[in-house]
Design a protein around this ligand. Structure first.
Ligand code: PRT
Ligand code: ZN
Length: 297
């Protein structure tokens, strides 16, 4: 194939991953000229173009070399590697992107007894992920019948075409609405930046390196939180010990209260309510968790 001098990234044309994928690319400083109802978007500032397609087509486009990279759910990527992608070079997950989080789970009717995978022996399981489900069953040494459906998997037990299902779950609302209960998780998924195991080293190599660097910065910032709190000097050690990972916190005096300190810490990830409650118990008060918009160390 003729080599290209511009990078081409495949992403979902219209769906759950579209807006967050465009947002992450925008935060990497990439802007595109063509309107979004076109298949192809020309990159304005940098030599990076977009191909807007159905998410299921993305791994194949990378494998064929039509695109250098793709933004796609790990569920779609792994399913492709286990089924369609057997002939070509394996694809690689280059960066997890932190959005489109969901899990591929087995769910059974509320009343069905379930202990572990062996409970599914001899049962019919409906799924759009025959590759991932088949592998999970094989690894567990369970002989069950995989019923492959393109969609509406969750109604299969009610229709009598399957005894259980294996589908994507996010809030769990769809399962509850269909009187199903989640019993096992096969895969924790999120959107990833996927590409061939070996990236091109021609003109596109430099752009790839730049893109990865910017992306790492964007991901780091989007996962960072600034934690602000007050504590007494006496409790400082106990409070500091509980702070989520990150660089050393900054300490500031509090006017008129010589025993009190204001603490400012950059945390490497989400700060949960539970963590905040623990830190409060250790003697912190006036706590704030703020998102970080930009960071330049
Ligand atoms: O047209 P195209 O083929 O591109 O889109 P699509 O319909 O195949 O994909 P889309 O937009 O629905 O999902 C794209 C990707 O988003 C998936 O491959 C996942 O990686 C990710 N994702 C995250 C989800 C969900 N969350 C999700 N909840 N994909 C699907 N769902 C569905 C799930 O199948 C089930 O029907 O939502 C329902 C469950 O949601 P809860 O919240 O009720 O549990
Ligand atoms: Zn799809």
């Amino acid at each position: 194939m003729k080599t290209r001098d511009r990078l081409r990234i495949a992403m979902q044309k219209s769906g759950r991953l579209t807006e967050p994928a465009l947002d992450v690319l925008k935060r990497c400083g990439l802007t595109f000229r063509q309107s979004r109802d076109k298949l192809f978007c020309f990159g304005e500032g940098e030599p990076v173009d977009l191909l807007l397609v159905r998410d299921d087509d993305i791994p194949g486009l990378i494998e064929q070399g039509v695109c250098d990279l793709g933004i796609v759910g790990r569920n779609v990527l792994d399913e492709f590697s286990l089924t369609t992608g057997v002939d070509g070079a394996p694809l690689k997950e280059w960066r997890p992107l932190g959005f489109g989080r969901c899990r591929l789970s087995v769910a059974v009717p509320q009343e069905m007894a379930y202990e572990n995978a062996t409970s599914l022996a001899g049962q019919r399981i409906a799924t759009s992920y025959p590759g991932l489900l088949g592998k999970w069953l094989r690894d567990a040494g369970v002989d069950a019948q995989v019923v492959t459906l393109a969609g509406s998997v969750e109604i299969a037990p009610k229709l009598g075409t399957a005894d259980a299902i294996c589908d994507l779950v996010q809030s769990g609302g769809t399962l509850v609405a269909n009187q199903l209960r989640e019993v096992d998780v096969l895969l924790e998924s999120e959107a990833v930046l996927a590409g061939p195991a070996t990236l091109p080293t021609d003109e596109r190599g430099d752009m790839l390196e730049l893109l990865f660097k910017r992306l790492d910065g964007v991901i780091q910032v989007s996962e960072s939180r600034l934690l602000l709190l007050q504590t007494s000097r006496g409790n400082l050690e106990a409070v500091t010990r509980l702070l989520p990972g990150g660089p050393q916190p900054t300490l500031l005096p509090v006017a008129g209260q010589p025993d009190q300190l204001m603490l400012q810490a950059l945390c490497a990830g989400e700060v949960s309510w539970r963590q905040l409650e623990e830190i409060k118990k250790a003697g912190a008060r006036e706590m704030f968790v703020l998102p970080v918009e930009k960071m330049l160390a």
